[in-house]
Write a protein that binds this ligand. Structure first.
Ligand code: ADP
Ligand code: MG
Length: 376
């Protein structure tokens, strides 16, 4: 990003102009507002990094304005310009969200203004980073709660499913016995057996889904185990197919990969995140191809879609937490993928042609190979 965007709110034009001179010389973008109403309109219309706010304005009390500005843009840093600097007012200004003060006329020197500005921007950035970290922790807590929930529910579902299949089996047995003694019942028994088979197919599907969910939730047990990447990716693909309605076809082209040490649940989460993104890039449906293959030093997972692609200006932000172009997106999917892949010593990258589609590549190192390469 370029230099920060600064709003100067003061009804004294001389003050506004001198701020502009000082700040523009340093490369900041500066706009001045002579009233509270004008300031609010500017803040609604565009993004600002920092506002200098005069406490005495013709239309709105400066403190009220400050509160309204911070309510509309919680990330806006604010520095208060005050003529009197009374202690009480200063305290109230901090309560209203001011980061710092400049006192008229004593503090109106370029050095003072620039120092206060730089400090306020640094503090704002630190606050933003802290907030991003906080949200990421909250999200991973949510995900691990989900994992515990899933493994509990999976267990509860399997028990009654066993009753269902056992009892269907008994029904068939009894019907066959009955048909042996009363052959005229045979057509009816065949018909009922057909329904029973359909019901058992349904039970088998639920069982598969539950088994996948349980494996998916095994991330709680955590830790790397030696695994065949084809199985790991295969389960994620099955799970995706089972839970995702609609017009997305997934073609899995899973080729042998040397055994890798991976946290199975985490790698499944990576694949699921990439599959969700691929599906979301193709709102009217289509084919997603998932592949695994051996590559020098380890294994590779590839997820290819024929969706909208990624605009060049979006590409550099893709892995940033909270970067999303979706109305209901969290922007966390890819940053979680990247964190997981990097914690495995691997890497993730993509190729995209806007309008044609996107392919993500996940490289995971074979542990021995990466060790010896590192120490070689
Ligand atoms: P979210 O899916 O919640 O938006 P992600 O971190 O998973 O968050 O993705 C961030 C952004 O990257 C998405 O909003 C989208 O703009 C872009 N993106 C990710 N994967 C794809 C893809 N396969 N095709 C097109 N855009 C994608
Ligand atoms: Mg996503």
């Amino acid at each position: 990003m370029g230099r920060a965007r600064v709003l100067v709110i003061d009804d004294d034009e001389l003050i506004g102009d001198s701020f502009r001179l000082v700040l523009e010389a340093e490369g900041y973008t500066v706009v001045t507002a002579g009233s509270g109403r004008q300031a609010l309109a500017l803040v609604d219309a565009a993004d600002w990094d920092l506002a200098f706010v005069d406490l005495v304005l013709p239309d709105i009390d400066g403190l009220d304005l400050l509160r309204q500005l911070r309510a509309r843009r919680p990330g806006l840093a604010a520095v208060v310009i005050t003529g009197h600097g009374s202690g009480l007012r200063g305290f109230a200004a901090r309560e209203a969200g001011a980061y710092a003060f400049l006192e008229k006329p004593g503090d109106m020197t370029p050095e003072k203004i620039l120092t206060v500005l730089a400090n306020a921007l640094a503090r704002r950035q630190a606050e933003q980073e802290l907030e991003a970290a906080r949200q990421q922790v909250a999200m991973s807590e949510k995900l691990s709660t989900l994992g515990t929930l899933v493994s509990g529910v999976a267990h509860e579902i399997r028990t009654p499913l066993t009753y269902v299949s056992n009892n269907l089996f008994l029904v068939r047995q009894r019907l066959e016995q009955a048909a042996r003694s009363q052959p005229e019942l045979q057509p009816l028994v065949d018909e009922i057996a057909g329904y029973g088979k359909a019901a058992l197919d349904g039970v088998a599907r639920i069982n598969r889904l539950v088994e996948d969910l349980r494996r998916f939730a095994r991330r709680d047990e955590g830790g790397p185990v030696e695994a065949d990447l084809r199985d790991v990716v295969g389960v994620a693909v099955d799970l995706f197919r089972a839970t995702r309605r609609g017009r997305i076809d997934v073609r899995a082209d899973l080729r042998a990969v040397p055994a890798l040490q991976v946290d199975v649940g985490q790698i499944q989460q990576v694949v699921l995140n990439l599959l969700s993104n691929a599906a979301e890039a193709m709102p009217s449906g289509g084919l997603v191809r998932v592949a695994t293959r051996a590559v020098p030093g380890g294994g590779e997972i590839e997820v290819e879609d024929h969706g909208a692609g990624i605009a060049p200006e979006a590409q550099e932000h893709l892995f940033h937490p909270f970067y999303t172009t979706k109305a209901d997106g969290t922007g966390l999917g890819l940053s979680i993928c990247q964190r997981i892949v990097e914690s495995h010593g691997g890497s993730i990258r993509f190729e995209s042609r806007p309008g044609r589609g996107t392919t993500f590549f996940v490289f995971l190192p074979a542990r021995e190979a990466s060790r010896s390469e590192l120490t070689a």
